[in-house]
Design a protein around this ligand. Structure first.
Ligand SMILES: [Zn+2]
Length: 234
């Protein structure tokens, strides 16, 4: 059967390029996902700092409520000092007042410590928020570059696919069938140029008689080892 090697080689080239583009396209979504994870992590640091601040404020409110409560009790005991009848009652009240005052002092120290922590957390929020904004900006740009890459590759693939569509009807259908059969079975490479008397795909030596036939470029010869369509390169 006469064979148009030029067209088959063209078809193989188109398929190889389409395959390469498809493979590259598969690699991009995981890269975008990786970027999304980085953005998310950066955002989590801000959320954590804000959560810390919420805890700090809650603690402060609790401490302040406790102080207020004790101060009210102390004030009440102080008023009662004028009304007590016995020394024993008087000294008991004094003891309560003193203990209350001590508790208030201790709690107020804790409040100051929480306030100092709040300043630090405030700074943490500011810094992490700034870093998050910067990261989001940087990573959004990276994502845009990748998305542009996808669009360009898809366009290219579309163009090549169209070219293939136009080329295929010009090749005898039984040759296309054979090509496809080998293409699908042999890792998407159906053709193998002869190089230094060897099949360039599997490196099997080709018989001299076949070599002579191949130079005539008239018929299909399959590599006896790998089964690909052999051709004599220009
Ligand atoms: Zn071979």
């Amino acid at each position: 059967m006469d064979i148009d090697f030029e067209k088959l080689i063209h078809l193989q080239n188109l398929d190889s390029e389409i395959g390469k583009i498809s493979l590259s396209l598969e690699n991009i979504p995981p890269q975008i996902e990786e970027i999304n994870v980085k953005i998310e992590k950066s955002f989590q640091i801000v959320s954590l700092a804000k959560e810390k601040m919420a805890q700090n404020q809650k603690k402060r409110r609790e401490l302040e409520a406790e102080v207020k409560d004790i101060k009210e009790h102390v004030a009440k005991y102080k008023r009662q000092l004028n009304e007590v009848k016995t020394n024993k009652e008087y000294s008991l009240l004094l003891k309560e007042i003193e203990e209350g005052q001590q508790k208030v002092d201790k709690l107020e120290e804790e409040i100051i410590s929480e306030m100092l922590s709040a300043d630090e957390i405030e700074e943490e929020i500011k810094m992490s928020d700034q870093r998050y904004t910067e990261a989001e900006d940087k990573f959004s740009k990276e994502k845009e570059v990748l998305n542009q890459k996808i669009r360009k590759m898809e366009e290219k693939r579309e163009k090549l696919t169209q070219e293939k569509k136009e080329l295929t009807p010009h090749i005898p259908s039984e040759q296309v069938k054979l090509y496809l059969k080998i293409f699908n079975n042999k890792k998407q490479i159906a053709l193998s140029p002869v190089k230094d008397d060897f099949c360039s795909m599997c490196h099997m030596r080709i018989r001299p008689q076949v070599l002579n036939e191949l130079k005539g470029k008239k018929e299909i010869y399959l590599c006896e080892n790998c089964g690909r369509i052999l051709y004599w390169p220009k």
